[in-house]
Ligand binder design. Sequence first.
Ligand SMILES: C[S@@+](CC[C@H](N)C(=O)[O-])C[C@H]1O[C@@H](n2cnc3c(N)ncnc32)[C@H](O)[C@@H]1O
Length: 215
Amino acid sequence: MIVNEHIEGFVDSMIPDLPEDLKQLEEWALYNKVPIIRKSMQQFLKVILLEKKPSSILEIGTAVGFSTLFLERFSSKDTKITTIEKVEMRLVHARKNLAGHERIRLMEGDASDLLTQLASDHTYEYDLIFLDAAKGQYPDFLVPIRKLLSKGGILITDNVLLEGSIAESKFTIERRDRTIHKRMREYLFELTHSEDFETVILPVGDGAAVSYKKG
Ligand SMILES: C[S@@+](CC[C@H](N)C(=O)[O-])C[C@H]1O[C@@H](n2cnc3c(N)ncnc32)[C@H](O)[C@@H]1O
């Protein structure tokens, strides 16, 4: 948690209730310890969707499909959504939850391979990319993402503040977490210093980087 519990509770109390089906899936996911986007990230995505009106969305990290269905619900009726997940125990539920949703394409496999595949195809471009997967891989994903994001497109990266530890010196980070710490700092440095992006890092959820692609 980035913001103190008291403030996060207040902010969350201002967020309207989810539609019943999403509410039930959210409850199921939380009960079964599936990590899904927090309330503040949900509301943030909703506002971005209304403002940006993306015609195509790419999500990396489907889990059981909660955020995918959320993106579908609050985007335009003709918005197409591609979502990537690799873990079978998540896919079992994602396949079921996303079945019959014609605007959603579930790609099964490792995002490292699938993103490279999509980028080399040159036929795919996305107005909005939502990155919510393995944090240590974010710098590698950025290479194909740069190609896949349309000019003027928005990349939202979740969990970038690593529960606040991103701000700590590497010497105070447990040895096992140092690689992720280093890689996330590199990722954020690239997003904030690259000529291709204008980026703001926000304490929404577990920290979100919002990047606008300039060229
Ligand atoms: C935080 S969860 C996603 C939650 C989901 N976006 C939601 O809010 O409902 C991250 C997911 O990314 C998946 N993931 C992590 N690394 C991946 C990779 N390299 N390729 C595909 N999926 C990956 C994990 O299996 C996990 O289900």
